[in-house]
Design a protein around this ligand. Structure first.
Ligand SMILES: Cc1cc2nc3c(=O)[nH]c(=O)nc-3n(C[C@H](O)[C@H](O)[C@H](O)COP(=O)(O)OP(=O)(O)OC[C@H]3O[C@@H](n4cnc5c(N)ncnc54)[C@H](O)[C@@H]3O)c2cc1C
Length: 366
């Protein structure tokens, strides 16, 4: 039995903690905020899981593995925090993400349906699409109830013996000696350290190069009355129009949520904070407006601000450094993989998976 120190109680840190406990290790989770921490990227009503990953075959394949890992979590916690709404992307120009996804689906045998513009509007009557648009529907993806998952993970690891320490900020990680120093000077000694510090990693381990931090503010939206039923019964949208626009369906008591890659800004939790004026929501809705029926009647309800690290490669970086494993560059993509990531990181710590293989797998290269 090893003593595993986990820095950060987001979805990745808690998934690593659960995987470690299942393997019989002793676990201490150190979290600088509250437990749960509402400022963690993992803590919002929903996150999407979808196979649409353009031409990135490795990540498309990993989504199938991720579903398996979620099934194992549902078994452990006795609840399923997921609804398969289906996921739907609209291609509007040559070589866009959806056009790149289609050959990947065909190569990997991912079940899907290609739709004309008319068929797409029948699936999503709230949309108004150009005649040249082409839809790509995939039935298995959908909504992960992120905050419920984090709450359940916390409860599970607590019940299974983890030591959970909120308001404990780690100031330094000694990767060789596998110990961490807290903000009050206390030193915690382990046999291995897992660093899953999300957007705070660049402050904690500045020695890791090139970790740009991004602020992403997504908008909970009030749809016009006559369109609400279509959002409620329809799929999540993976791509709509130019600029990585996506929508989370209001499944299982959650809200309808719009996000846009064009609304992402450089920032950091410390510098740009977590406040967002609801007027920002009109900017997010504007990216969807050309494709929405009754667009003028959509209203922003509230914004949810989160932060993540994303470099130009947009590939997860999972590296072993001495006795530590560092998980970073999680982008706006890691939630769906977090349960699986926990299992793989622990397989590496227990010597069943080579560090190099873990790094290449996480980068989508296997
Ligand atoms: C707006 C938005 C939308 C997204 N949409 C999706 C989506 O649809 N699908 C998807 O799969 N992914 C999505 N993501 C990405 C996903 O949410 C994140 O990649 C994932 O939640 C990261 O989990 P994490 O545990 O690594 O980080 P976090 O959840 O941020 O947790 C890190 C934790 O570490 C703690 N911490 C940091 N430093 C220290 C320290 N020094 N000492 C102690 N504790 C520390 C923090 O307080 C925090 O609680 C989205 C992200 C955002 C922000």
């Amino acid at each position: 039995m090893k003593h595993i120190i986990v820095v950060g109680a987001g979805a990745v840190g808690l998934s690593c903690a659960r995987a470690a406990l299942k393997r019989g290790h002793r676990v201490t989770v150190l979290e600088q905020g509250a437990l749960p921490n509402p400022q963690a990227a993992s803590y919002d009503q929903h996150r999407m899981i979808r196979y649409q990953y353009g031409d990135a075959e490795g990540y498309t394949r990993m989504v199938g593995e991720a579903f398996g890992a979620w099934e194992r979590l549902w078994q452990d916690i006795g609840e399923q925090h997921f609804v398969a709404t289906g996921t739907f992307g609209v291609s509007m120009e040559a070589n866009d993400e959806i056009q790149l996804t289609l050959p990947t689906f065909r190569r990997l045998g991912i079940p899907h349906e290609v739709m004309s513009s008319d068929a797409a509007e029948r699936l999503c009557p709230q949309l108004m699409l150009p005649a040249s648009a082409q839809g790509l529907y995939q039935a298995d993806g959908g909504v992960l109830f992120a905050d419920r998952i984090v709450d359940s993970l916390l409860a599970w690891v607590r019940t299974h013996g983890a030591t959970l320490l909120p308001h404990c900020k780690v100031m330094h990680v000694n990767t060789v000696a596998s110990r961490v120093t807290l903000d009050d000077g206390e030193v915690v000694q382990g046999d291995a350290v897992i660093v899953a510090a999300g957007a705070w990693l660049p402050g904690l381990m500045p020695q890791i190069d090139d970790l740009p931090i991004w602020r992403q503010a997504v908008c909970y939206v009030q749809a016009p009355q006559q369109q609400q039923v279509h959002w409620a019964n329809g799929p999540c949208l993976t791509d709509l129009g130019v600029g990585d626009n996506y929508a989370l369906a209001p499944a299982g008591g959650t809200g309808l949520k719009f996000g846009s890659g064009l609304h992402r800004r450089a920032g950091s939790p410390e510098l740009t904070g977590f406040k967002a004026d609801v007027s920002e929501g009109y900017d997010v809705i504007a990216h969807f407006a050309p494709y929405l029926r009754d667009a003028a009647e959509y209203r922003p309800l509230r914004m949810a601000v989160g932060y993540y690290v994303k470099d130009a490669t947009a590939k997860f970086r999972v590296q072993q450094d001495g006795q530590a494993v560092v998980v970073t560059n999680c982008d706006g993509q890691m939630f769906k993989f977090s349960s699986l990531m926990g299992e793989r990181v622990l397989a590496c710590i227990d010597g069943e998976l080579a560090a190099d293989a873990l790094t290449r797998w996480a980068a989508g290269e296997l």
